[in-house]
Design a protein around this ligand. Sequence first.
Ligand SMILES: [Zn+2]
Length: 655
Amino acid sequence: MKHEKLIILFFTLLLSFFTQTLYPVTETALITNSEWICTDNSWISTKFLEHNNIKFDILQEEEIFSNLSLSVKLDETLSVVEGNLTVDYYNNDPITFDHIPFHLYPSGMLYEDRQGNIDILKVVTTGSATNLFYKVLSDQQLMWVNLTSPLEPDQSVSFRITFRTTLPDGQDRANSQGFDSNQSRVYSCTAFYPIPCVYDEYDGWNIDGYLKIGDPFHFDMAYYDLVIEIPNGMIVAATGELLNSSSDGTTTKYHYNPHYPVREMVFSASRYFQVESKVVNGVNISCYYLPHSNWLWEKDTLDAAVNSFILFNSSFGSYPYSTFNVVEAYGFYGGMEYPCQVQISESIVDQHPEDYEFYQELIVTHETAHQWWCQLVGNDQIDWGHLDEGLTCWSTDFYFDFYYPDWHYFDNYWPLDIVRTYYDTFSQPSKINQSIYDFLGTNMSYRYTAYTKAPLIIQKLRLTIGSKDFMTGLRHFFEEYRFKIATFPDLQKSFEKVIGKSLNWFFCPWFDNPYLPKYSITNVDYNHEQGSITVIVEDINEEKNAYPFAQQLHLQVKDTRQLEVLYRERVWINGTTTLDFELTKNSDAGVVLLVYESDVLVQLSSIEDTVLVYSIYSSNKANLVRLVELTVLLLAVCAILVFTVWIMRKRRNLR
Ligand SMILES: [Zn+2]
């Protein structure tokens, strides 16, 4: 009997092998289709722009800020800026400080021969000029100033820092670059003085050094005043309104003040700047560019700045300052945002030789949008860099969507195809909601998640909750957090206040899951006589993610020849989902299709794979054939078993 059991086990395994190998569980296939497109832009009209250009009360009464007063002199020959920063620091945090850290960023910036640096010459109290002890940590681009007595909450302390800054000669954010011989020399003075660090409940003091990826800047708002002494003949673009200027014959002193709090003061200077200006909504918008860039800038750049400014000012909330400058600079980046001023790199033409005009417009628009997302509404760009970059990239597409009738958000710059195929192309997960440090040392791309994937998710939110609630939520976010520092959950809360419901179901999976959903139709039960049909849609990536995805997909049932649509419905797919619905009795249902319209985010191996197809016909036919074949196989196996047992018994009897 021992042999008999082994023989039965052998045949059972053989049978199992045949059925598993020859008849896989599902029969899904992908076909190409790109005819389904949806847009949701019709509610935005020029009337909207006209009616929404209303200034709100800019500052709430109870808000108190620090006062910082900068007085500096530019040495054109040495590329040095030296002067004083008078700090009247207001403690708006609920703890007592013994010392205050300041960023000294230039030494962390790229350079060729001349490294950037801020030398601290002295720190003294403003009243009695008592020296304060300070410690410079060069490798961290940081200085700690020790206070003479503890600074209690809601109290202020005043001191003056005397410093000397050498501008680096690289292509980083602060630099002096170009030559007088060809009228190309520019001094870009950004993050060029000691800037107080931010204290918050999440990190304590945010003392992060200059980082290789992302924007390292994270500053509190403060009232600022800036006096720049500069050789005669130089043209200055600076944060704030020019209040007055005076010359002693050799140098000129320019006095700037932005009137409302800003996060930083910056200026650029050149003997060769050409200036174009236009007053829009009471704001003087100016472009500063070099003679060799006339051909690119004089054509459309001021228009791009003006048009994007008008759209964002009307759509998100009023810009409170009286000036906004777009300034040509040298940089490895396309553009960079600062308060009331942005820099646009002259490297755009080299980086995009085929379509530099489009990129010039795109980058001007992007940096303009940062005035709302990053400058007015601040955020920790290290912990939540995707917050301002995501909103800014989305705003840039919003601009193109608005001004260009033939623009489609999935075209060209819009990254739908990139996002859908990103994992299959690069084999990299892409969780958006991570700090810069989470990206350092991993194979994940901060640039992709913050600049490409995040704006697409924001657009998906717009399509999901509708443009009207979406824009109301954005305006609410702006009004609540302007002059403050917002966190990523604050953005979610702003939309939740508008729609009156939790949006965890949207924000958690789309921003925190590392993988997009990948769908498969794993089973279809179709009762031809009754017309009832049950479809199981499975998210293959569900196990790899922390949260199930929920989104609407277009489901269709077509006849066996795929000529007639028997059923068409937008259905919610919440993770792995079973769908039951009714067709007309005795209809000729042949295939079930899941159609990925442009609002559907899904992992694909090819951008062409926008329809998932399950064949009921071949499935039913196959099931029938399978049943017959299995029956034959089983009968054969049984016959062999009986025969084998019969032989063995006969042999035993013979013994
Ligand atoms: Zn940006």
